[in-house]
Design a binder for this molecule. Structure first.
Ligand code: HEC
Ligand code: HEC
Ligand code: HEC
Ligand code: HEC
Length: 436
């Protein structure tokens, strides 16, 4: 689906030579492209077998005003509480979701003793690594603006996702301009000579699929890694490797070619190994990544919620298994957490304060502040009878499936959905009148 969007526009086919980014369109032979009504009109006899190049809109340099707006918005939306590398100073440790978790994992967090850190470490799973926002000029600005408004899972090995923030389209475009200020480069490459079958073979011979998935592209054997990769890099690299399905939308073709030949040139800290690919090998792999037919991939199913339990459920159980397991890390008690109640309480990530404290019975009972500035109960029944807080946890499943629910932000924000049993527990507790 991702790849087909672009093919909706009537295509003129070009042998790529001139300015602008190149998108390869597979022709009818072998690559099964949906839009093959237009046949290449090229002189060479092999032309029909070769991928043909379409010129998508060339991305010119962003205006300095836009870039400056974007820089401000990156600060307002506190991107540096999770991401490094934005050229802005990182959030302080007591607000930095990733740095604090990393320090605790490394045992270097100086505000707690070793035993406490060891105990915490065992509990911290999420937000210990997020992609660094360095070398972002490799992305297509248009993709970035879309992704920021409707983020989806890019890395199958990474459990946290980019949170769905409240960025207006113009704001997302400004942030994208800040991250991708430059004009697109023109790749000097003879796409017409590209051999996608060779590109596909190389993925196997170099062992690319050891770390990557390429969903919808059919069977691609893992092969054996062609360069030595130490165990730690392999583990983290597998976690951080994007699904190559999105690459054709994400990356500027010129940057893709550079990336394949020398990833560290674009992003010095990347875990992607340098395979020392030749320009020809890079071109063939790029041609395969850009043109191979992608089957539709079923999104994860949106489950039904479970019926309430018949056994009694009291607050300590819901607190331990839900609210204090996950929720209070963003909805905490500001008195406990040095004045910062987290983005879901005292505000953050560009959200106004909702003053929702999920760290105590009293906090939960006093609800949140809605858009009108009034206190609203999180237990309030929605028109279908579902208590709001339960609906919001179910809405996270819908978000993960790419179908966000209007007016209900999925919780926990940007993290895997709570299990159906955990949601059932909250549901049961509310249905029983929320006993202490
Ligand atoms: C709560 C933490 C968090 C915050 C805050 C956050 N992000 Fe992210 N972001 C993530 C995670 C996690 C991913 C990885 C998602 C994936 O790979 O599926 C991500 C991915 C991205 C990516 C894709 C990068 C790549 O290499 O694939 C971009 C771009 C991005 N975020 C930009 C932003 C911007 C801009 C902001 C601020 C407006 C922001 N993020 C705020 C957690 C966060
Ligand atoms: C000052 C350090 C610190 C900061 C800052 C911090 N955390 Fe944590 N976080 C912790 C500790 C410590 C734990 C483990 C607590 C425990 O064991 O009960 C934890 C646990 C978690 C958990 C539950 C365990 C897991 O991995 O699922 C989540 C979710 C979480 N944090 C999210 C966040 C988010 C989101 C932010 C940024 C808004 C954040 N944290 C900022 C220290 C921090
Ligand atoms: C050790 C694991 C590992 C191996 C092996 C590996 N990669 Fe990667 N690759 C990564 C990681 C991690 C990233 C994400 C880089 C980042 O954001 O820093 C990446 C990024 C990419 C990207 C950019 C995708 C995007 O949408 O952003 C492409 C293309 C790519 N790799 C192709 C390949 C090819 C081709 C091979 C084999 C020649 C290969 N990779 C082998 C880990 C790996
Ligand atoms: C990563 C941070 C984060 C985590 C974890 C998180 N929340 Fe939130 N939550 C927020 C933010 C930010 C808002 C404000 C959203 C807005 O203003 O639209 C919010 C708002 C809410 C609201 C108020 C209604 C609304 O949409 O504004 C409820 C209810 C809520 N969260 C419940 C939960 C529950 C239940 C959990 C645990 C299952 C949870 N949250 C975990 C960040 C988080």
């Amino acid at each position: 689906m991702t790849g087909s969007k672009r093919n909706n526009t009537p295509t003129k086919t070009w042998m790529y030579m001139g300015r602008g980014a190149a998108v390869l369109l597979a022709t009818s032979l072998g690559f099964g492209c949906q839009n093959n009504a237009t046949k290449p009109e090229q002189g060479t006899s092999t032309a029909a077998k070769k991928p043909v190049v379409e010129l998508p809109p060339f991305e010119a340099a962003a205006t300095p005003e836009r870039v400056a707006d974007g820089a401000k918005l990156v600060e307002t939306f506190e991107c540096s509480r999770c991401h490094d590398g934005t050229e802005l100073k990182p959030a302080p440790l007591n607000k930095h979701c990733v740095h604090c978790h990393q320090e605790i994992h490394a045992g270097t967090f100086d505000q707690a003793d070793a035993a406490t850190q060891a105990e915490w470490k065992a509990n911290i799973i999420h937000l210990t690594r997020v992609p660094e926002l360095a070398g972002t000029a490799r992305f297509r600005r248009s993709w970035l603006a879309t992704f920021l408004q409707a983020p989806h899972d890019l890395r199958p090995g990474l459990d946290a996702e980019m949170p769905r923030l409240k960025l207006e389209p113009a704001q997302a475009e400004a942030v994208a301009a800040f991250l991708v200020p430059a004009a697109e480069q023109t790749p000097e490459v003879d796409w017409a000579a590209a051999d996608t079958r060779h590109g596909k073979l190389l993925l196997k011979h170099k062992g690319c699929m050891t770390c990557h998935k390429f969903s919808g592209a059919g069977e691609l054997p893992a092969g054996e890694l062609a360069v030595p990769v130490d165990e730690a890099t392999l583990r983290q690299g597998t976690r951080m490797a994007p699904d190559l399905r999105f690459t054709r939308d994400r990356m500027r073709p010129s940057a893709l070619l550079t990336w394949l030949q020398d990833p560290q040139k674009l992003k010095p800290t990347t875990l992607m190994p340098d395979f020392d690919l030749s320009p020809t090998q890079a071109r063939d792999i790029a041609a395969f990544l850009l043109t191979t037919k992608l089957e539709a991939v079923d999104p994860p199913a949106i489950p039904e919620r479970l019926p309430v339990l018949t056994r009694p459920v009291h607050y300590p159980e819901v607190e331990a298994k839900v609210f204090k397991k996950i929720c209070w890390h963003c909805h905490s008690d500001p008195d406990y957490a040095l004045g910062d109640g987290g983005p879901g309480n005292t505000g953050g990530f560009g959200f106004h304060p909702r003053y929702l404290n999920l760290a105590s019975y009293e906090g939960i009972s006093s609800g949140f502040v809605n858009d009108k500035g009034e206190r609203e109960s999180v237990f309030k029944k929605l028109p279908d009878g579902t208590p709001r807080v339960v609906a919001q946890m179910m809405a996270r499943y819908a978000e993960v499936a790419g179908q966000p629910v209007d007016g209900l932000r999925g919780m926990p924000m940007g993290l895997p959905p709570m299990t159906l049993e955990e949601i059932q527990l909250v549901d049961t507790w509310i249905s029983q009148g929320r006993p202490r």
